[in-house]
Design a protein around this ligand. Sequence first.
Ligand SMILES: Cc1ncc(COP(=O)(O)O)c(C=O)c1O
Length: 393
Amino acid sequence: MKREIYLDNSATTRIDSRVLEEMARVAGQSFGNPSSLHRKGREGERILNASRKELADLLGIREREIIFTSGGTESNNLAVLGIARRYRRRGTHLITTAIEHSSILQPFQLLEKEGFEVTYLLPDSKGLLDPQAVLQALRPETTLVSIMHVNNEVGSLQPINGISALLKRKKADLIFHVDAVQSFGKIPLPPGLQGIDALSISAHKFHGPKGVGALYLKEGVLIEPLFLGGGHEKGLRPGTENTPGVAGMALAARQSFEKMKGKTAQLREMKRLLTSSLETRYPWIKINGPRYDEKESAPHITNISFPGLKGEIIVHALEEEGIYVSTGSACHSNAKGESHVLQAMGLDKPEMEGAIRFSFSGETQMEEIDTAAKKINEVISRLKQLHEKMARV
Ligand SMILES: Cc1ncc(COP(=O)(O)O)c(C=O)c1O
């Protein structure tokens, strides 16, 4: 069997074996409903409390500030819809960016239909926001600003601390939400989440299980629930809790925090190795997002355009070689199949069509990058020759 090299860790990661064991243990033994009054229920409740404490300790926040959800999409929906609607009487202007994940953009579009006004900020050509532009968009009636920490397609890293400080200085009662789905466990967050009022995470992006996540909601910030039907999670997210998932997420979070320090430099080196190997051989390619040596570049994501070639064809040709990657527009594209992120960054059509995202994790090995770089070089040469041959016919 061909050796597999998985470079699509921003789509999802492989679940860690210890996490899987812990989930099986909880599901098999501590399966009681945390709301049940008997011993089995109390056992479930203990698992929930311990997991909440683990996450709170890692983030330097209070346990009561964590709401467990079904993942990043739900955390984002709950934050955007729940906060905007709850503070509607205070103001109906909201700010976000044009490069957010669709689980942020679509709730904002829904709010527009409900009578809110939304400012969608455009990034520069590297996918970075200008903090001053965020400040300028602020109005007396702005209630919520939502900005992602790391962009999932190009790996641009926004200066969330700086942006939040600027905004709060001008408007202290503003609520600042951060989609940290792509950064949690990989890039340090502000200690105690200072300056942040709400933050979304998703377990399957850091070697935890799929279908579980959390929303940090700073004490005192109010939210309107999206679901109704029980008092779970203080009535803000009713539904019997996913105890195996939550326990798995807490363990995966701890493991990724423990490994984070040692891995960052290594991930950045992988990004450098892959990018420079391709750039040297093919000077016509385009690196999308900040370069590996810039501080605004997330170390685990690199996005490269091969103009003239089709991203989808590259993905399948690499798959034949056992290498798994994504097109830039894998899941969040417009009607024409183009990535809204690359579009907002000003890429032209061939650059958008030929975009590929490579994403690493703490599990990725340096020698895998070496092998992948060679194979990618071969595949690109083959496709380029084919493309030129077709053009001559
Ligand atoms: C930036 C970002 N936000 C939110 C999500 C949604 O998370 P989930 O897959 O847990 O619903 C993703 C998933 O790709 C993401 O990359």
